[in-house]
Design a protein around this ligand. Structure first.
Ligand SMILES: [Zn+2]
Length: 184
């Protein structure tokens, strides 16, 4: 692997879109993701209201895309994933991460995606008062652990109308995403 070129720029004391105070720190970073290309990583954190937003954007224009991947081994945990805030991440029968203003963009791997989902299920389980639903969450956590260990197969689907997402593996099936006319 060649050396990773990294450009980083900080912009401090920018106006915050949420509280309007000049307490926002904006960080822009450029990095190279093998087999995907150059990406910009943005991160905004407000010191006043704790607003946080992160996103990832390819430097070149990308087409709406869909990736499908079958997680089947522990080795698959290392597969790189680029997830923009526009992406819909589906783990059928487990969870769906939807796009929107609260959605974050990041470069991670499959293990990172699973641990984020696990964290959400754990948080929901803590809040849950119904015993039956608590049990369901508990079983879901066990399922996620088995997938992490390569003991259970699981499909992972990422759809991104901005094209700024990817699953970087020979095993991943890439196809053009049909964006419905209404969504434009
Ligand atoms: Zn703020």
């Amino acid at each position: 692997m060649g050396e990773e070129k990294l450009k980083e720029e900080d912009f401090e004391y920018q106006p915050c879109p949420l509280c309007n105070q000049k307490t926002l720190i904006l960080t822009e970073r450029e990095t190279e993701v093998p087999y995907f290309g150059k990406v910009y990583l943005f991160s905004m954190t407000c010191n006043n209201c704790k607003y946080h937003k992160a996103d990832v954007e390819a430097t070149e224009q990308k087409e709406p895309v869909k990736y499908e991947f079958e997680i089947s081994s522990e080795e698959d945990m290392k597969v790189r994933v680029v997830k923009s805030s526009e992406a819909t991440v589906k783990l059928p029968h487990i969870a769906t991460i939807t796009p929107g203003p609260a959605s974050q963009g990041y470069v991670t791997n499959i293990e990172g995606i699973l641990s984020r989902v696990k964290y959400q299920v754990e948080a929901a389980k803590e809040m849950e008062e119904d015993e039956e639903d608590k049990k369901k969450a508990k079983n879901l956590l066990k399922k996620i652990t088995r997938i992490t260990w390569g003991q259970e197969k699981q499909k992972l689907i990422i759809e991104d109308s901005s094209g700024n997402s990817a699953i970087i593996s020979d095993k991943a099936i890439k196809s053009p995403l049909k964006v419905k006319a209404l969504e434009r």
